[in-house]
Design a protein around this ligand. Structure first.
Ligand code: UD1
Ligand code: UDP
Length: 384
């Protein structure tokens, strides 16, 4: 029997990190022919992930432009995928998450009547402008997809409530699969700034902040809170790998450059990042991925956003929605630094997002969809 031709389409750093274990899983199974199409929505940050996981692109649309607009990402992806789909003729197209690549990749597949599998399906805030444009990207992708791979039961329930068509599988999040290979106790950092840090003697905080809905005043307030925190607490070191977006870099360097013990560094590769978090005291972030990774490492997280589509770790007590207001962020961060009871309560390792086998479940679900196995794969059970 001919292998099922699965084309994975992705373009940004987080999509690549979370698709890598699945692509490797598909490559390892003779039932599949796995091909990768990069949109290149990101460049350096995407290439770094491809290198770490030793993945090769079969197609690369090279769409990235400096300060690109949402319309440019979407239209360039849509047009670029015309030729790729016509040439490759995949049986299934996989997209991941909620970026503009995700939505445009799914739409391109639909225009060619190719079924779509949505990895990391069913996350919702119910606010179409927050996160922006991600909430709408994932909702529209959900409408297009035939197969929905939901990390948590809550994500699957969201799709059921919306009456979304298609098959819904509870798989766990593939990011936990990725962490099996990246986090190592004996890991040695390559980045000189990280090598020079005294993780045992100092309290290292990991910070990231990059989201479009935080551009402008919210980002200014968040980073001003960080500046005041560093000024008030000589015992901390803040490491902020600054996203390559010019909008982010301008604000970050304007507010935090030359602040003592705040280390503004370029984006680091995913192994460095996971091991940095594993050795940090806590994490402050508006990132989606970090909200899943840090709890798995037992690290408290202050989420620098007004809402989250990842309520599971908030319910478990490891993640706190800190918002974007300066005084509140400062107060919550200081509480974590000064109140051991608050810290301990948040620092318990919970892993609501996966057990490291999400990619296997997704591969098996695809086999089931194409009638290559009789029964549906069993659901992911958190805590097992
Ligand atoms: C995108 C996603 C967001 C995700 C984030 C992960 C959309 C609309 N947004 O946002 O959901 O959280 O990726 O990081 O899909 N740049 C480079 N080199 C790179 C990457 C980016 O120079 O490797 C610069 C370019 O000037 C680019 C800008 O960053 O125009 C913004 O990139 P873009 O993909 O549009 O938005 P992100 O904020 O990265
Ligand atoms: N990450 C990384 N290097 C960095 C910052 C983040 O490898 O300098 C990883 C992080 O561990 C996570 C992913 O990138 O796996 C999150 O990406 P990002 O925050 O850009 O996007 P989001 O998850 O918010 O969509």
């Amino acid at each position: 029997m001919r292998p099922i031709k699965v084309m994975s389409v992705f373009g940004t750093r987080p999509e690549a990190i979370k698709m890598a274990p699945l692509v490797m899983q598909l490559q390892a199974m003779p039932e599949f022919e796995s091909i990768c199409c990069l949109t290149g929505q990101h460049r350096e940050m995407l290439d770094s992930v491809m290198d770490i996981f030793r993945l090769k692109a079969d197609y690369d649309l090279h769409i990235m432009q400096a300060r690109q607009t949402l319309s440019s990402i979407t239209s360039r992806t849509l047009l670029g995928m015309e030729d790729v789909i016509t040439q490759a003729k995949p049986d299934l197209i996989l997209v991941h998450g909620d970026t503009s690549t995700t939505f445009a990749g799914a739409l391109a597949a639909f225009y060619h009547r190719i079924p779509v599998g949505h990895v990391e399906a069913g996350l919702r805030t119910w606010d179409k402008y927050s996160p922006y444009p991600e909430e709408m990207n994932r909702t529209l992708t959900g409408d297009i997809a035939e197969l929905h791979f939901c990390p948590t039961a809550n994500n699957r329930a969201n799709l059921e409530r919306e009456g979304i068509r298609g098959e819904k599988f509870l798989t766990g999040n593939t990011v936990i699969d990725a962490m099996k290979t990246t986090v190592r106790p004996d890991y040695v950092f390559q980045t000189p700034e990280l090598n020079g840090l005294d993780f045992a003697g100092r309290r290292v905080l990991t910070l990231t902040c990059h989201r479009r809905e935080n551009y402008g005043q919210p980002m200014t307030d968040i980073l001003t809170a960080v500046r005041e925190l560093a000024e008030r607490h000589p015992e901390i070191e803040v490491v902020y790998p600054v996203h390559l977006s010019p909008a982010v870099r301008e604000t970050a360097f304007c507010i935090l450059k030359d602040v003592p013990r705040v280390h503004l560094i370029d984006p680091i590769d995913v192994e460095e990042m996971h091991n940095l978090m594993a050795r940090s005291y806590f994490v402050m972030t508006d990132s989606g991925g970090l909200q899943e990774e840090a709890p798995a490492l037992g690290k408290p997280v202050l989420v620098l956003r007004r809402e989250t589509e990842r309520p599971e770790a908030v319910e478990a007590g490891t993640v706190l929605l800190a918002g974007v207001e300066k005084e509140r962020i400062l107060r919550l961060a200081e509480e974590l630094l000064t109140d051991p009871e608050t810290y301990q309560k948040m620092a318990k390792a919970v892993n609501p997002y996966g057990d490291g086998h999400a990619s296997e479940r997704i591969a098996q679900a695809i086999l089931w969809y194409f009638h290559r196995r009789g029964d549906r794969p069993a659901d992911f059970q958190p805590g097992t």
